[in-house]
Design a protein around this ligand. Sequence first.
Ligand code: UD1
Length: 416
Amino acid sequence: MDSIYIYGGNFLRGETRIQGSKNAALPILAATLLVEGTCVIQNCPRITDVYHMQNLLQELGCRVSWKGSTVMVNAAGISDYRMAGESVTRMRSSIMLLGALLGRLGEAAMAYPGGCVIGRRPIDLHLSALKEMGVDITEQEQMFTARVKSLKGMDYRLPFPSVGATENVLLAAVLAEGTTVLHNAAREPEIEALCEFLMEAGADIRGAGSARLVIRGVRRLHEASYSVPADRIVAGTYLAAALAAGGSIFLEKAPSGQMKAVIGMAREMGSSVIANPEGIGVHAVRRMDACPYLKTDVYDGFPTDLQSPMMAALAVARGRSIIEENIFENRFRIVNDLKRMGADIRTADNRACIRGVEGLKGAEAWAQELRGGAALVVAGLAAEGLTVIRNRHYIERGYEDICKDMRRLGADIRSG
Ligand code: UD1
């Protein structure tokens, strides 16, 4: 139970469709709290992080229903502003509900959010920005309470372009009094998607997708519908799978415009990539070239979420690669599992040195977090023999059905 079984070594061939983006869907679902009516969110990924967010919305009094991959949220009758306990600590993105609750009710009380164990992941940037809007925050042991009579626009520079803090400021600012100018905002495409949804609901936002967001508070938002864009991280994971195992695959709907750094790297490794509005086609032989230097960065640099899947691909490349992780401090947790599969990897501080080996051997491996878990699948697809990945539930936080998608591409993989 809770495992994935892979007989690796198959060349990947065929096409699969990329699901909607987790990191876009979560803040958009939080944003539905700002609307006193029904919002319709299409192409919403059916993953456990989204179900957690659904539970939180329901606990707050929202009505939520699904039809296929469309989710409808009615937040007209929200009755509570408190979110304690497990549902918050299980998922870091519950913090998005803070800005939305403040915008809607002027009050929120929540446990400190959890999420993947990939570093300290504090929320100081969120709280400092919200305080600047007039929010009063009192901290207890495991909880904090935030209150504001009326949110005030501000002129504010984020010390670091945090994705979550940018989203929380947006959620608080759309119904605030006056104008908010946010400098050094994160530019990840998922923030642009959140802005598009909010504007669809009547928000006044300029600069979506840029580092300077100007948000003029409006009195209220109205019902809206929005289709979640495809997930660039899922697409990048499957691209890494082709680089690791060899493959000739097409990733339908993959948002190639958002994936320049990843595509650039895949080409540097010697694969041929065709990117167009319909998706991404990649052709890779077994044992691609190493990537001499890869460093993760904020958008549009190489995404930290794809660092582990790429590490798995580089483990079987020809030559030596160096990875520098600059966003999260604890993102080399798969190294021991990869080493047990035969990889030659050394780490020091935020750097990993990977000497590509001829092949990996199947082994038992333990997912410890979402993207690291997906990276173990990538490694298993390239390895000879049976790989068993335990703790499948971590992977299900972000991938609808990675086994089905990989089977479509010819892999011998099943969950059990
Ligand atoms: C989001 C993504 C996650 C991705 C990350 C970076 C979602 C649901 N998650 O996470 O998949 O890996 O962006 O692209 O969209 N930090 C602070 N204080 C804060 C906030 C952040 O020190 O108040 C630090 C974090 O510990 C981390 C760095 O800033 O080292 C980046 O965090 P942030 O951009 O906020 O990422 P998340 O929003 O948590």
